[in-house]
Design a protein around this ligand. Structure first.
Ligand code: MTE
Ligand code: MO
Length: 429
């Protein structure tokens, strides 16, 4: 297994094969880290000096802050799905997962999925209606809604088509964000849907919601009423403390924690209470799961348990043997993440990663584990478990029920192969 020469001598330091080491041991062993020359890149005798920027006063204030110009490569890679002149604005952009740390997605980097571009909505003119099988048809302006009692809740939104590149026969050499970045995590503030439905007075026959957006695509989905209410549905007006960005549905969107991103209708225009699902174009032609028998599963709402290592990952490469931190994100539509295991030997042995405390249900969790890389080729994998006991499947197990090319709800374990030169490649394991 691990080469004993490059590892610290103590057995208690070793968590699993391939150089995964115990975090507590590492914290206690500052001395050992120095002794083993693991303090990556720190030159001992260098003077820190007085740089240019410490000698003159800096710039003044700004109305809306921007990232450092040195971070200008941190942006959302975009993929246009059509170039037919009709649906040019229909596409996706990805959260650059490998360029971020922690768990929250900055608003300007939150992935985008538009079926017909971003409408420019004047909040003074926007109207939102609740109608259909209700006692009172209600029409809200943004100003009306802002006066209702609000709640704040952190959760992810993940596109059901996330990880779509991994449904191709050959592993694509793309960044972690381009492969798995159709997900973002934010603190949403808005009015509980339950409150507005109570005011409208729902008729007993009403079992489903028909939810529609104000974009030209009129994207709409059928949402089962009872489960939506049980799952803390919110009409969100704020994201990470500020008003929603136009890309995320300004001035209001539906947020259904843990469910397909597609159901979180942006630029929310109306919710109609109905007896049955409406089988809209967005839930029949798409977001259905093609099985081996040729039939497609419709209405898979909840997103599965999933994780991805963001460091190391393609483009985030170790530079020579030594100490690194394996780190990544885990999430589940089913609840809290309770366990993340990491393998550095292609799935032969696994070690429990440390999960950053404080992440709630249906929210991104950050995991970490020290890794002492001996410089030989290694295959890194992560496997998440949620509070319901669901375990992230292998690629083979995930594909079993599905027809080739089925891409929605892909939550298989991701393997990254680290070569001796540090290059990281996407591999199917
Ligand atoms: N009105 C409307 N709502 C929409 C969409 C859309 O194109 N129009 N895209 C959906 C899809 S497929 C996803 S995955 C999420 C993406 O949310 P985001 O762009 O804020 O990341 O919004 C959903 N809500
Ligand atoms: Mo989506």
């Amino acid at each position: 297994m691990a080469s004993s020469k490059s590892l610290p001598p103590s057995q208690e330091s070793i968590e699993a094969g391939g150089g995964l080491i115990n975090r507590r041991w590492l914290m206690k062993s500052g001395l050992a880290i120095g002794t083993f020359g693991l303090t990556a890149g720190a030159a001992r005798a260098e003077q820190i000096g007085v740089p240019e920027w410490s000698s003159t006063p800096g710039k003044g204030m700004s109305g809306y802050g921007q990232p450092s110009p040195f971070e200008s490569d941190v942006s959302r890679p975009a993929l246009k799905l059509f170039t037919d002149g009709i649906a040019d604005e229909s596409g996706v952009s990805f959260t650059p997962l490998e360029k971020l740390a922690g768990t929250m997605t900055p608003n300007g980097l939150f992935f985008e999925r538009h079926h017909s571009g971003i409408p420019e909505i004047d909040p003074a003119k926007h109207k939102f209606a609740i109608h259909g099988l209700v006692k009172r048809r209600l029409v809200f302006s943004v100003e009306n809604l802002l006066r209702y009692p609000m709640v704040t809740r952190t959760c992810f939104i993940e596109c059901a088509g996330n990880s779509l590149f991994n449904s191709l026969a050959e592993p694509q050499q793309r960044s972690a964000g381009e492969i798995h970045g159709l997900i973002g995590n934010a603190e949403w503030t808005g009015v509980p849907l339950a409150l507005l439905l109570e005011e409208a007075g729902v008729d007993v026959e009403a079992k489903w919601l028909h939810v529609e957006g104000a974009d030209a695509a009129k994207m709409s989905r059928s949402v089962p009423l009872k489960q939506a209410l049980a799952g803390d549905a919110i009409i969100a007006l704020y994201q990470n403390g500020e008003r929603l960005r136009p890309e995320q549905g300004y001035p209001m969107r539906l947020v259904l924690p843990g469910w397909q991103g597609n159901m979180c209708v942006k630029w929310l225009r109306r919710i109609k209470l109905v007896t049955k699902p409406l089988h809209t174009k967005d839930e029949t032609s798409k977001y259905t799961l093609l099985q081996k028998d040729g039939k497609a599963r419709q209405f898979t709402f909840e997103m599965g348990v999933k994780s991805v290592i963001t460091a190391p990952s393609p483009g985030v490469t170790p530079s020579g043997k030594g100490l690194y931190q394996v780190s990544g994100l885990a999430w589940s539509g089913g609840g809290r993440i309770t366990r993340v295991e990491i393998s550095a030997d292609g799935g032969t042995s696994w070690a429990d990663a440390h999960i950053n405390p404080g992440s709630g249900p249906q929210a991104l969790a950050r995991f970490r584990l020290p890794w002492l890389w001996d410089g030989s080729p290694r295959t890194l994998m992560s496997r998440a478990t949620d509070e319901t006991g669901s375990v992230q499947p292998t690629r083979e197990a995930w594909y079993r029920p599905f027809a080739a090319g089925q891409l929605f709800h892909q939550n298989a374990i991701q393997a990254w192969a680290v070569a001796a030169n540090g290059e990281v490649r996407n591999v199917y394991a």
